[in-house]
Design a protein around this ligand. Sequence first.
Ligand SMILES: [Zn+2]
Length: 293
Amino acid sequence: MMNLAEKIGYLAQQAARRLVGATGCPNCGHDGFETRDRKALITELRDCSRCRLMYRYPTDPVEDSVDFYQEDYAQGFTTDMPGDAALVALKKDRFAGHEKDYAPLIALAEDLGILPGMRIFDFGCSWGFGSWQFTQAGYDVKSFEISRPRARYAREKLGVDVIDDVDALAAASRLDSSCDLFFSNHVLEHVPSPSDAVATARRLLRPGGLFVAITPNGSLGYRDVAPESWHRFWGKVHPNMLNDNFWVREFAGTPHFIGNLPHSRAALADWASAPGQVQDSQQGDQLICVARV
Ligand SMILES: [Zn+2]
C-alpha cells in the first residue's frame, strides 16, 4: 500500500501526464479505447479497441517503469528479499507451506507435459524463489529479472542463471530457441507491452514449446462475480489488466487455453493431451493463459 505522501505524489504525476496529452495504447500504440473503470477522478482503465489490452491511463514512460523496478517496487514477500538465516530455513524446507511454495506450479508444469530435465525460461523471476524451486525439481532453468538488486540476489544467494537487462535478453532470444516452457507468474500485469513478452517467448521456445502466463484476472467474467477485487487489480503497481479478450486475440490461430487457477487444473491436463482453442471458466482471481507455439 502507498502511504499518503506517495499517493499524493502518484496522483499529482498522473494529473500532470493528463495535461501533457495522450499517448496511445502502451502495447500496440492504437488510440481507440473504451473506458472500463476509474479511480480518484484522474486515472482510468482503458480497453484498447485493437489489441484488447486493458491499461491504466495516463500511462508511464518506459524509462520510468524501469527505474521504478530498481528500488521503489515493494510488494510484500515477493520483493522483500529474505536475510541469510531466513533463506537457509526456506531452502531447507524447499519453501514448503510458504506463500512462495512452487509445488503447485511444478505440478502444473508436469500436467502440461513439461517434465524434469526440460528447459524453462522464468520470465520476471524476482529474487529467484521460483527459478530455484524449478531447478531443485530437476529442470534446466534460465531467468530474466529487470530489477538488478533482485537479479543479483537470485544469482548470488540462489545460484540462478539470470539475465538482468533487456538488451541481453534480446541477444539471448536470438541465440537460443530451445526452451520447452516460457513461464511468467504475476509479471505481465507490470510490463509496458505484454505482446513484446510474447514475441520474446516465441523466439526462445522450440516449435511446440509452451507459453504460460499467470496474472490477476482482469476478465469481465471475474468482474461480474467479484467487482471489488477486480477493481483493486489495476493502478499504480499494476498498469495492465490481462483478460480473456487480450489472450484470444494474441493467440488467434495458435492452440491456447485460457482459464483460471486453481479451478482449471484438470482441464489443463486434458488440453495438453489434445491442444485446441479452449476458454474455460473465468471466475477465479488468477487468470492463466497457456499457448503451444
Ligand atoms: Zn493496444
